[in-house]
Write a protein that binds this ligand. Structure first.
Ligand code: ZN
Length: 250
């Protein structure tokens, strides 16, 4: 983006014709800073052309303009300090510094105004979707993890693991069951599975020699299984038939 393109962009933002997302603002700020720095560098080069001779030492004039750093918010202050005239040896340098001000002042003023309009929400993607939008057709909630999942001949299809009860399970236990809207069999299946897991872990803890780490793992399983059992027992009690998402009227 060059300075004209930045100004056009900012004009559109200030006119309310386009939204200034934070991501664009950050990009714009960095671009504007880098253009300012480049222009200032070029003006500094002009200043360095002044040859040291008695009568017009290079350090005599325009030092503040040479050393000062310019950002959008400091350009106005920097410009205020620019002298209107200079001795003949410094005229070119002064002209170069004024050029920076004239070229960048409008964009920097617009930039500072636009800063107040930055929208913090995430910018929507500009790339079109390559996958079809996911719909709720033929879906139901998994009894085990409560996720909305596709159905295959009415049953929950394979879906990712859960660490809900403190340990990882490769594939969700609810796979292959009817969705929870239709039946509580998934809840009952999960309850039985966790009861079995609790019993197995208790036996292992009592009778198998195990390292401290294995012991901690078994204790984690026991406590996770207990929580899961309490959860599924309560869910079975209040279970009631519901409409599947595709059957619900909006
Ligand atoms: Zn699940």
């Amino acid at each position: 983006m060059n300075i004209q393109q930045i100004e056009t962009f900012l004009d559109q933002v200030l006119a309310g014709d386009r939204i200034l997302y934070n991501v664009d603002f950050v990009e714009l700020k960095s671009r504007l800073n880098s253009l300012l720095e480049k222009a200032h560098d070029a003006a500094q080069a002009e200043y360095l052309k002044v040859i040291h001779t008695p009568g017009h030492e290079r350090s005599a004039e325009l030092q503040d303009q040479y050393y000062g750093t310019i950002y959008p918010h400091t350009l106005a202050g920097w410009t205020k300090k620019l002298p209107k005239t200079a001795s003949p040896a410094f005229l070119n340098a002064l002209g170069a510094f004024w050029d920076v001000s004239v070229q960048f002042t409008p964009a920097c003023e617009k930039f500072l105004k636009a800063k107040l309009l930055v929208v913090k929400t995430r910018k929507p993607s500009e790339r079109p979707r390559t996958t079809p939008e996911r719909t709720l057709d033929n879906t139901g909630a998994c009894a085990c993890c409560s996720q909305n999942v596709k159905l295959d001949r009415g049953l929950i299809v394979a879906h990712g693991y859960t660490i809900r009860w403190g340990f990882q399970s490769g594939s969700c236990f609810g796979v292959g069951y009817l969705p929870i809207e239709v039946s509580d069999e998934g809840l009952r299946g999960a309850l039985q599975a966790y009861e079995r897991q609790l019993a197995t872990a208790r036996l292992a803890l009592e009778y198998s020699p195990c390292t401290r780490r294995e012991r901690a793992d078994l204790e984690g399983r026991i406590s996770g299984s207990k929580s899961a059992i309490a959860h599924y027992a309560a869910a079975i009690k209040v279970w009631a038939l519901k409409a599947l998402p595709s059957e619900r009227k909006i």
